[in-house]
Every structure is written in structure tokens, then in C-alpha cells.
Design a protein around this ligand. Structure first.
Ligand code: TIU
Length: 223
């Protein structure tokens, strides 16, 4: 699908107020044996977003702009795991908190909960642990953004239609302008990826902007 943009009103990029928010690039979603695979998904679909994120992160860091990462997961006692979220899976599979090949599925501190090594956080970058799909729900994300003076977000990561889109919707309602680089996000379902991006950019950018990361890399190199 070609990138959908909300042009002719371009993303009003302000380097003094824009942060990169990388959603849930965790081993549990991107590597075999984790939560994504336990849900019955083919993790290879997500891995195509790794290299574009690596390039964008390098350029973002070189420009000295703020980077925040999120990790979806739960406390070891699962006190922050709603029963409804725990129940939902297809058939007789590993569930959140069960022991899988990368430790307990989607539990903080376990090997599978970590960010993938290719996109590990650097010292000084904020890492937000989130129990839900949206990154604002039950986290300190909004306070961190306010402390940084951030009013715009470039949102990348996985999966497009679940945690990325949930976060963009939450951010939109809180007054943030969001840009989603289409190649820096991915879904286990390519058709959902395409549809989620269209939903964000349709109706004149009802939820935000979508474009290829090459445009952003060019903008960053011109700073
Ligand atoms: N299953 C799925 O597509 N996603 C999630 O469960 N979490 C995130 O998107 N991070």
C-alpha cells in the first residue's frame, strides 16, 4: 500500500517539541517463543520494521531529540493483569504469566519482556512499562512528555493496529500531533497494518499523519 498522508496539511514538525515513541519492540512480540507467537502469530511479519526503526533511532539520537520506549508487560504477581486480558487467547496456548522459552510470558524482568537488542534503550532514554495496549493507560507517559515539553509524537513499533494505534488514539485525545512512519511499524496481519494506517490518516488526518520514514530522515538531516 502506498503511504497515506494527510497532505496538503503536512506534519508541523517542531524539533523543540517532538519526541520519538517506540512502542513495544520487545522479544515477546518479535522473536519466536514469546507472547505474539503464543497467540498463534508468525513473528516474521514484525521483523521488517526493525531496520527502519534502527535507522530512524540513529538519526533521532544524532539530532539530540528525546526518545522514549515502551514495553507491554505485567508485574510478576500479575496484579495489574485484568482477568479479561488474561483469558483472551485461542485455545490451549501459553498465556500471560506462563513459562515459555523466553521466561514468563509478558512479565516484567523476564528475558522475553526485554526490548530486542537491535533497538535497546540507551542510558538517559525513558522506558515506560505499560500494562495495557495504549501507552498512556496506567503509566507516567504523559508526565514524562510534559516534563520534556513534548507536544508532538513520532510513533513507531508494534503492532500497527493494536498498541501503536491505541497509543495514537490516546495521544490524539490528549492534544498531541502524531506522525506514524509506515515502514517503522508492522502487524502480524499485513491487511490490518494497511487498514490501521489508513484509519489514522483518513478524513484529513483524523488521528494524525502517516508517511515513509525517508521523509523524516531527510527532515532530520536538514536540521
Ligand atoms: N497482539 C498484538 O497484535 N499486539 C499486542 O498484543 N500488543 C502490542 O501491539 N504491543
Amino acid at each position: 500500500m502506498p503511504a497515506v498522508t494527510a497532505d496538503p496539511y503536512p506534519f508541523p514538525f517542531d524539533p523543540k517539541a517532538c519526541a520519538l515513541l517506540v512502542i513495544d519492540m520487545q522479544r515477546d512480540f518479535l522473536e519466536p517463543g514469546g507472547f505474539g507467537a503464543a497467540l498463534g502469530n508468525d513473528v516474521s511479519h514484525l521483523r521488517r520494521a526493525i531496520e527502519p526503526n534502527r535507522r530512524l533511532l540513529a538519526a533521532w539520537r544524532a539530532a539530540g531529540l528525546p526518545v522514549l520506549h515502551t514495553r507491554e508487560g505485567h508485574a510478576p504477581d500479575l496484579a495489574d493483569l485484568p482477568a479479561a486480558k488474561h483469558r483472551r487467547a485461542q485455545g490451549d496456548v501459553l498465556r500471560i504469566g506462563d513459562v515459555g522459552p523466553m521466561g514468563r510470558i509478558l512479565v516484567q524482568g523476564e528475558p522475553g519482556h526485554a526490548l530486542i537488542p537491535e533497538l535497546a534503550a540507551l542510558p538517559g532514554e525513558t522506558v515506560i512499562d505499560k500494562p495495557g495496549k495504549g501507552a498512556f493507560h496506567a503509566t507516567g507517559l504523559q508526565a514524562s512528555l510534559e516534563q520534556l515539553g513534548v507536544r508532538q509524537l513520532v510513533v513507531t513499533g508494534v503492532t500497527t493496529e493494536i498498541c501503536v494505534q491505541s497509543t495514537v488514539r490516546e495521544a490524539n485525545d490528549r492534544g498531541y500531533d502524531c506522525l506514524v512512519p509506515s515502514d517503522c511499524t508492522a502487524s502480524y496481519f499485513p491487511e490490518f497494518h494497511a487498514a490501521a494506517l489508513q484509519m489514522i490518516a483518513a478524513q484529513g488526518g483524523i488521528l494524525g499523519w502517516v508517511s515513509h520514514s525517508d521523509h523524516l530522515l531527510k527532515t532530520l538531516s536538514d536540521l
